[in-house]
Structure formats: C-alpha cells, structure tokens
Design a protein around this ligand. Structure first.
Ligand code: AHR
Length: 492
C-alpha cells in the first residue's frame, strides 16, 4: 500500500502553463508536411496549414511554441523567409539531412500558425552565424508599430499591425552547434546581442539566454554570474536515451524490460539536473526572477528503419508517455524555478505528439499525456508527501511511483500519478487534508504491452480511458493503479 498525504493547506507556487510548451524546428518533416503543406495541397488546410494538425493542437491548448530551431536557428537568416514565396532564396539545411530549405515557412507563417493554434510564439535568434543588426531588425520587423525601415517592410509584405512577441531566445546550444563557444565568451556575446533585442511600445520581451547541455554546471554558473541580471530565462537541454553513450541509440519500439528501465531511470535524471542547476541559480538569483527554461527535452532513439537518419523520425510508445508524465511531474514540482519547457519536437521528429504520413495523421501516446495533464496549466501546486516503493531491475532501482498535484481556480484537485513498474500494481491510499472531498474520478493511459503504440492503421490503440475502481473512504482516495500506467485523478 502506498500511503500519501495531500495537504491542501500547504499551498505552493503556480504551475506555469508554459511548462507544457512545444518546439518545432526546420528538421525532417516537422515544419514541411507536418505543419505546412501549402494552400494548393490535396491535404485539407487552412491557408497552407494542415487542418487536422491545427485541430489536434488546439485541443491540447499549447501555450507556447519555440521556432525555428534548434541548431537550425544559428544558421537561419530571417530575411530569406519573408516576401513573395517564389522570390525567397533556397538554402541548404546542413544540420538536418542536407536538404534544400525553400523558406516557404517563414516569420509570417510561423506567427500566423501560432495565432491559429492559440500559442505564444517563442523565437530563437541567430548568434552563431548572424549579426547583432540582423537580430535587432527581426524584433523591429515583428513588433514595431511606428514608421521605420523594418516596420515598413512588414507592411509591404502585407502585415500592417505588428505582432506581439513575448519570448525571444538569444542563440541555441552556443556551446555546440550554435558557435562552439566557451561559457565566458558566450556570456559576453549574450549581453551584446540581448542589448539590441528592444522593447517597442507595449511589447515587453522575455529574453532567454542559451543554457547548459545536461550537467554542464560551469555553464550555468558563468552565465548567472556574468549575465544573470540581463536575462529573464536561462535554458537547459537534456534528452532521455537508453544510455549516456551516444553510440547506443536503442529502438523506439523494439525493446525489453532492461531498456524500459534504463529509459525511465534516465528520465528521472531530469530531477537531479533541475535541482543542481536551480541551486546555482539560487546563489545569484535568490528571488527566483530568472526562469529555468527547459526548451529541449524528450526521448531520442534510433530513427525508424528506412527513414533519413538526418530527419530524426521515431515512433512513440507507452514508454514515451510515461517519460513525458515523469517530466511533467518533475517540472510541476519545481514550478518555483521551471517557468517553461518545450518538448522536442512537435510533429514527426523525436518525441513527437503527432505523426503524419501523406493525408494520414495519428496522435501519439505522448499527445494523450499532454491532453491529460492540461488540467495542471496555471493551477496551484499542492504539497504531497509519500514514500515510493522501489522498482528494481538487475541490481539497480528507481522509484516505482512519480506524482504531482495541483488545485485549479475552481477548487478541483488533480493528482497525476505514474506507476513505472511493468508488472506490479500499486495500491494507493491518499489522505486528503484541508479539503472535504465529495467524489473522486480518474482517467488512465495503459496497455498490456510495454511497447504499445498507435499506428496509421490502428491510431486508437492507446488513448485515455476511464479509470475504474477509484473510491472515497472518509477523506481518503483509495484505489489500484495498474502496472505501466499514467493516471489522472480528479477530486471535487
Ligand atoms: O532537437 C534536435 C536538436 O537537438 C536541436 O536542433 C539541437 O538544439 C539539439 O542538439
């Protein structure tokens, strides 16, 4: 029996809905085919954007979308992506498959897409191969209301009114594909570029500095020390894999319990990363003004057999769903510092929420976790005490249970619980304190197979179902969580 105490009198911070953000890069079939098919396509579209994708994304209430990369961002020159499409120059996408990028999806298309799906745009600027002037002009083009060369150019291209743009990243992975810089050098570059990312009129930009890779704590230390006062957010990238050794890729769908275990163990590593980066941030920013922005996270496996290795196309199983749920529990529980997170990536790339094949589209198990967890958006984190049993394999062990809980504006309590064991039930008994529950209901994602997935022929193999057998006994919620499941309880 797992005994838990939920104390609604101990109120914690607000879970920023941006924790449920997404990332779309010019990589493989994410933008082209996944989002943009063009107005003349046979695939039903709204002004060139796939209708089925727009509808599916609206349902999960995506709060924020990062674009255009990733590594692509530091070789993207935004002026190539404006004006009449037939006149836009082509470029080579050197990072991702060496394919030709025709720039048909540019600034206007991205910002229109964000409006269509109801997401705030988060643009990542080019520090690695771009100029300060180019970055300055991009912000002016998008947000300046008055008369200026860039605002006039925007008007020539058919947009009179400026857009509002809140989130702007000053480079991406500048320790690697974004320029191979040292932390000390990037900190100076960050300050120089960020100076010219201007606030025009009422548009106030939240500036995000390029952050550390995984456990590069030196990077966070230097950035916070040298530039902490000039930034609103500092990013962090970490991908969950079967091993820390990048030569061991692992299959997204064909795996045994050992790789189920290692992937979940590596998902939990996010907790240590958040804790340790946050501790460094606390030293320079005890008031927690600077957000930790985990703007790339998710699983990274070998590409689907027969697909372009540069396109990073992978399938998605129940294991990915649990990885996503574990991450959200960690981010929710650290909402005092984690202000945004962006799954990599939205469509057809890495841990995608949607896969497409021509006219067909499917929602992955990860999509359903985003759907299930949307009740936590903007809710107040609650205090939950419990001791998890272990899930052990081969002499190693991790927690069997991962949890986070919140109370929304209407007073409803939501408890999200993952049972990571592939074979062991978890009997739970949650003592609800400071609240008189009237009833409890639950929904669940699970399967008999650890590698269950949705396919174009069987797209509803894994969906959210109603959880049976959850009950209220006095002020206790009691029930059984099946193995390998993610459950959302609602207590009213
Ligand atoms: O998401 C794929 C790539 O992973 C991104 O372009 C880069 O930032 C990271 O290394």
């Amino acid at each position: 029996m797992v005994k838990m105490i939920l104390n609604t009198d101990i109120k914690k911070g607000i879970i920023n809905k941006n924790i449920y953000g997404h990332f779309a890069e010019h990589l493989g079939r994410c933008i082209y085919e996944g989002i943009w098919v063009g107005e003349d396509s046979q695939i039903p579209n709204i002004k060139g954007f796939r209708t089925d994708v727009v509808e599916a994304l609206r349902k999960i209430k995506i709060p924020v979308l990062r674009w255009p990369g990733g590594c692509f961002a530091d070789e993207y020159h935004w002026m190539d992506g404006i004006g009449p499409k037939e006149k836009r120059p082509c470029m080579v996408n050197t990072h991702w498959g060496g394919v030709v990028e025709n720039n048909h999806f540019g600034t206007h298309e991205f910002l229109e897409f964000c409006q269509l799906i109801g997401a705030e745009p988060y643009i990542c600027g080019n520090v690695g191969s771009g100029t300060v002037q180019e970055m300055q002009q991009w912000v002016e083009y998008i947000t300046f209301d008055g008369k200026s060369p860039m605002a006039d150019l925007r008007r020539v291209n058919g947009k009179d009114e400026p857009w509002s743009l809140k989130y702007f990243g000053v480079g991406n992975e500048n320790w690697g594909c974004g320029g191979n810089m040292r932390a000390e050098y990037y900190a100076d570059q960050y300050k120089r570029y960020a100076t010219y990312v201007r606030n025009f009129g009422d548009n106030k930009i939240y500036k995000i500095a390029g952050g550390a890779s995984v456990d590069d704590y030196h990077w966070t230390e230097v950035l916070m020390r040298e530039a902490g006062k000039q930034m609103d957010g500092l990013s962090l990238h970490y991908y969950t894999r079967i091993s820390k050794d990048w030569s061991k890729q692992g299959s997204a769908t064909e795996f045994k319990e050992n790789e189920w275990f290692s992937v979940l163990q590596n998902a939990f590593y996010m907790e240590e990363l958040v804790n340790r980066h946050a501790t460094i941030m606390d030293k320079y920013d005890p008031e927690k003004k600077v957000g930790l922005i985990v703007d790339e996270w998710g699983t990274w496996f070998a590409v689907e057999p027969g697909t372009n290795p540069g396109f990073l196309y992978q399938q998605n199983t129940l294991r990915d769903a649990i990885v996503a749920a574990v991450h959200f529990n960690i981010f929710n529980n650290h909402c005092d510092r984690v202000q945004m997170a962006n799954i990599a990536q939205m469509i057809n790339v890495l841990q995608a929420v949607i896969l497409t094949e021509g006219q067909k589209m499917l929602l992955t198990p990860t999509y359903h976790i985003f759907d299930m967890y949307k009740v936590h958006h903007g809710a107040r984190l609650l205090s939950m005490e419990f001791e998890s049993p272990d899930y052990a394999l081969g002499g190693d062990k991790i927690s069997q249970i991962s949890v986070s809980s919140s109370q929304d504006k209407e007073g409803k309590i939501h408890i999200s619980i993952c049972n990571l064991s592939p074979w062991q039930d978890a009997d739970i008994d949650i003592d609800i304190r400071g609240f008189a529950p009237r009833y409890a209901t639950g929904s669940i994602i699970t399967s008999h197979e650890i590698n269950a997935k949705n396919t174009f022929d069987a797209p509803n193999n894994l969906v959210i179902k109603c959880l049976e057998g959850i009950g209220l006994v006095n002020n206790h919620v009691v029930g059984k969580l099946p193995p390998k499941s993610v459950v959302m309880l609602e207590i009213v």
